[in-house]
Design a protein around this ligand. Structure first.
Ligand code: FE2
Ligand code: FE2
Length: 264
């Protein structure tokens, strides 16, 4: 059995500090073998620059997945090819450097595949259908543990993908909404599933953004810039998957939600 921790969208500096505060202890206490985290909002809430990529890896994350904000920090185009621990969305229509599905190894040599796939409903990116994309990945891959970060807005579409690939991948874990859903379960005795794993960052904001700035932009002044708090009440959201090394099935899924107060 291997134990994988999957961490929800890390939002801004407070999100990064939250991970730095929680991750080392959680990894040790729960004997985590491998850590996947969504980093699409890690740099000032939008995208991921090189400095923050390196910082997140130093904190103890093994793979960083992305989402619709994959190219918001333009420098990522220049370093993603050499950044072995980043996966960008697989199903982009336009060519983009980097890869959307890669094989990794845990410390004991267990191979696992991690894929990052965007959904369609209420999303703006030009993409190949997530169904076709995941099928294509499975067809070209030898059987192994396979974790899909399914990045999208609609819970219905995420459930449809979960059921479509139940028994075919080890887990389908949703990201993007930044709100953790209370539906972690194992589909067809094989596939760990959750509509959305949640986020890491400001626990008194609006999906990780400072709340006054969001309210102002939403209703009073569209020119308002989003702001991000650096300290204060924070939340760490994730999920722990226990996966059988022989059958590649998830045997246990546990939602993680930790509240903490972050100060410099
Ligand atoms: Fe996000
Ligand atoms: Fe997103």
């Amino acid at each position: 059995m291997i134990r994988i921790l999957f961490i929800g969208d890390i939002v801004g500096q407070l999100g990064r500090k939250t991970v730095a505060n929680v991750l080392p202890t959680l990894k040790e206490e729960r004997a985590i073998d491998f850590v996947i985290a969504n980093g699409e909002n890690a740099t000032h809430g939008r995208g991921l620059n090189k400095r923050h990529y390196e910082q997140l890896i130093e904190f103890g994350i093994d793979v960083i997945t992305l989402g619709n904000h994959y190219d918001d920090q333009e420098e990522i185009r220049l370093f993603i090819e050499d950044a072995n621990e980043i996966i960008r969305p697989y199903n982009l229509v336009e060519h983009y450097p980097g890869e959307g599905s890669k094989i990794f190894k845990t410390k004991d040599g267990t191979k696992l595949r991690v894929s990052n796939v965007l959904t369609q409903a209420f999303m703006k990116d030009r993409i190949i259908s997530p169904y076709a994309a995941i099928n294509e990945i499975i067809e070209k891959s030898e059987p192994m543990i396979h974790i899909v970060d399914l990045h999208g807005e609609a819970t219905s579409e995420k459930q449809a993908i979960g059921w479509l690939f139940a028994g075919k991948v080890s887990a389908v874990i949703g990201t993007h909404t930044h709100v953790q859903t209370n539906d972690a379960r194992i589909l067809e005795n094989h596939t760990g599933f959750m509509c959305d794993v949640g986020m890491c960052g400001d626990n008194e904001g609006i999906i990780g953004v400072e709340k006054e700035s969001v309210i102002n932009k939403m209703w009073f002044d569209p020119k308002t810039y989003y702001e991000y708090r650096k300290n204060g009440p924070a939340i760490f959201n994730g999920v722990i998957l226990e996966i059988d090394k022989k059958t590649f099935a998830t045997t246990r899924i546990e939602t993680i939600s930790i509240n903490l107060d972050v100060n410099e």
